[in-house]
Design a binder for this molecule. Structure first.
Ligand code: GDP
Ligand code: MG
Length: 309
C-alpha cells in the first residue's frame, strides 16, 4: 500500500536564471540568499565568467539559481562567449529574475536586456528585482521605478531589495517561489552548488587578483587550478596558475619582491578556507599566455564556450 500523502502545501522547485548587466549585484544577491560564498563578488564588473548554480533548499521549495554573466557589448571573443552563455542560460529555465540597479536610471544595456526578454517572457515568468534601494538619491525612487516598469510587461512583479543590506530578500524569495512549478526537489537539500570546489576556488583566486590589482591588469586574467588534493581530514593542497596576456602584466601581478602575489595568495586562501570550511595550502604562480582572450582554443580550455558563428 502506498503511503498516504499529507495534505501539505505542494513543493515547488525550478531553475531561475539571474540576469542583469554587470555590477548590479547578482553575485551579492545569490550569496545573501544562500548565506554562503558561492558566486564571486567583486566591486568591478564581470567577475562571474561562467554559468554557476546556487541551490536554495527550503522546507517547501528548492530554487536553483543559474548565475549568468552580465550582458554587455562584446569587445573581443571572450565577450562574445560571455554573451552567448547568458542568452543560452535563458533557455529551459522556469523563471527569469532580472536584477537592476534602482539607484540609477535604466542604461542602454538595460534596454538591450529588455528587448532580449521581450521574445521570452510570453512563456517564462519574469520577476524584476530593484536592487540597491539603499543608494537611491532622495526623491528619485518613483521616477526610477517607473522607468524600469516601462521596460517589462505590466504583469511583472517588481520587488525592491538591497542585496548588500539584506532588505526585501524574503519578499523576493516568496515572489520567486509562487511562480515556480509544483515539482519535487531536483537536488539533495544539503547541496548548495554543483560547481566543483575547484572551479569556485579558481573564481575566488581571480576575485582576489581583481580586488588587489585595481585598474592595472583589468580583465586579462584567468586562473587555472593545476592541482587540488585532499591532504588529510585537516585540509587541502591547491596549486594554481594565474595567466596574464603580457610580460608587463606578469610583473605587476608578482609585484616588487613577490609582494603582490603574496597578498593575492593570502586573500584567496582566506576566501577558499571560508568557502570550504577547512584549512587550505595554496600555491600560486603567474604565467604569460599571449592574447588568450582572442584565442578560441584557449577560451575552450578555460571552460568558456566561444560560441558558434
Ligand atoms: P554582479 O556583477 O551583478 O554579480 O555584481 P556584484 O554582486 O559583484 O556586486 C557589484 C558591487 O555592487 C559590489 O561592490 C557589491 O558590494 C555592490 N552591491 C550589491 N548589492 C548592493 C546593494 O544592495 N547596495 C549597495 N550599496 N551595494 C551593493
Ligand atoms: Mg557576479
Amino acid at each position: 500500500m502506498p503511503k498516504k500523502k499529507s495534505p501539505a502545501i505542494e513543493f515547488r522547485s525550478g531553475f531561475v536564471a539571474v540576469i542583469g548587466r554587470p555590477n548590479v549585484g547578482k553575485s551579492t544577491l545569490i550569496n545573501a540568499l544562500l548565506g554562503q560564498k558561492v558566486a564571486a563578488v567583486s566591486p568591478r564588473p564581470q567577475t562571474t565568467r561562467r554559468t554557476q548554480l546556487g541551490i536554495l533548499s527550503l522546507d517547501q521549495a528548492q530554487i536553483i539559481f543559474v548565475d549568468t554573466p552580465g550582458l554587455h557589448n562584446p569587445h573581443h571573443k571572450l565577450g562574445k562567449a560571455l554573451n552567448l552563455t547568458a542568452e543560452e542560460a535563458l533557455e529551459g529555465v522556469d523563471l527569469v529574475l532580472w536584477l537592476v540597479d534602482i539607484s540609477v536610471e535604466p542604461t542602454d544595456e538595460d534596454q538591450r536586456i529588455a528587448s532580449l526578454l521581450a521574445g521570452l517572457t510570453s512563456q517564462t515568468p519574469l520577476v524584476l528585482a530593484l536592487n540597491k534601494t539603499d543608494l537611491v538619491p532622495a526623491g528619485k525612487l518613483d521616477s526610477h521605478r517607473e522607468a524600469y516598469q516601462a521596460l517589462v510587461p505590466p504583469e511583472t512583479a517588481l520587488i525592491p531589495i538591497s542585496a548588500a543590506h539584506g532588505a526585501g530578500l524574503l519578499d523576493l524569495q516568496d515572489a520567486l517561489i509562487t511562480r515556480l512549478p509544483a515539482r519535487p526537489p531536483e537536488y539533495p537539500d544539503d547541496q548548495i552548488t554543483d560547481l566543483y570546489e575547484r572551479d569556485i576556488a579558481a573564481d575566488l583566486i581571480r576575485e582576489a587578483c581583481l580586488s588587489h590589482l585595481r585598474d592595472e591588469v583589468p580583465h586579462a586574467i584567468v586562473v587555472r587550478i593545476d592541482e587540488f588534493t585532499e591532504r588529510n581530514e585537516k585540509g587541502a593542497f591547491i596549486a594554481a596558475t594565474i595567466f596574464v596576456e603580457r610580460d608587463s602584466q606578469k610583473g605587476i601581478v608578482i609585484g616588487k619582491g613577490g609582494e603582490m602575489l603574496k597578498k593575492i595568495g593570502t586573500s584567496a586562501r582566506a576566501e577558499i578556507e571560508a568557502m570550504s570550511g577547512r584549512k587550505v595550502f595554496l600555491q600560486v604562480r603567474v604565467k604569460v599566455l599571449k592574447d588568450w582572450r582572442n584565442d578560441e582554443e584557449l577560451l575552450k580550455r578555460f571552460g568558456y564556450d566561444p560560441g558558434r558563428k
